[in-house]
Design a protein around this ligand. Structure first.
Ligand SMILES: O=C(CO)[C@H](O)[C@H](O)COP(=O)(O)O
Length: 222
């Protein structure tokens, strides 16, 4: 089984949780794309849902595949959201944002009554922290925010030639050791000009992880 097959299996397992009448948050990235495809097949077979999407790319993909996509600005809560991750551990702490959508992704995940991460087995780690941690940065505050992130121990690279869907920069941060993710999340959130980051410590309710063609669920059942 290839990595792509495992991404698809994890996505298909998560999409089984979607029920008629739900408002569903759609993630961003290659694994989330498999969820959009699986959801599109279910909609073609008669499932009636509405969706909101975490990026312009996912909005376009979902709309093109026949899913009704609404504006997240009009929803205070969602029934379910499904998204990929760059790392996830058994505490259901995740790092997201390699695709640069973490600010919208976190708002959608937080609004969802149930947030599911889908991933192939390579994303399941003993403890998060090896992946780069993306931080969305207001261009106006670029140098200040980078210096503040460096003060927290990060080696920071502004993602070249990249602009988020919100018109901002992404500072990719590498930490030698991420010893206290909750403290780090709080410290980054306190930086003026740092608009959001890819540490998801409170949002994930469950994860479907597929490895070697076998899908495992971590976290609470639907
Ligand atoms: O957080 C994300 C985008 O901002 C993605 O969900 C994450 O990067 C995983 O992507 P992929 O499924 O392509 O590996």
């Amino acid at each position: 089984m290839s990595v792509e097959d495992n991404k698809r299996l994890a996505a298909e397992a998560a999409v089984q949780e979607v029920r008629d009448g739900m408002v569903v948050g759609l993630g961003t990235g290659s694994t989330a794309a498999f969820a959009i495809a699986a959801l599109s097949h279910r909609c073609a077979a008669g499932l009636r849902i509405e969706a909101v999407a975490t990026s312009e790319a996912s909005t376009a993909a979902a709309s093109a595949s026949g899913i009704i996509v609404r504006d997240f600005a009009d929803f205070a809560t969602l029934d379910l959201a499904i998204d990929g991750a760059d790392e996830i551990d058994s505490r259901l702490w995740a790092v997201k944002g390699a695709g640069g959508a973490m600010l919208r992704e976190k708002a959608v995940a937080a609004a969802a009554r149930r947030f599911i991460v889908i991933a192939d087995g390579s994303k399941l780690v003993q403890a998060i922290g090896a992946a780069k941690l993306p931080v969305e940065v207001l261009p106006f505050a670029r140098a200040f925010a980078v210096a503040q992130l460096e003060n927290l121990g990060a080696a920071v690279t502004i993602r070249p030639s990249y602009c988020t869907d919100n018109g901002n920069l992404v500072a990719d941060c590498r930490f030698n050791a991420m010893t206290d993710p909750p403290a780090l999340a709080a410290a980054i959130a306190a930086i003026p000009g740092a608009l959001g980051h890819g540490l998801f410590l409170d949002e994930v309710d469950a994860a479907y992880i597929a490895a070697d063609g076998v899908t495992t669920r971590l976290g609470r059942p639907a």
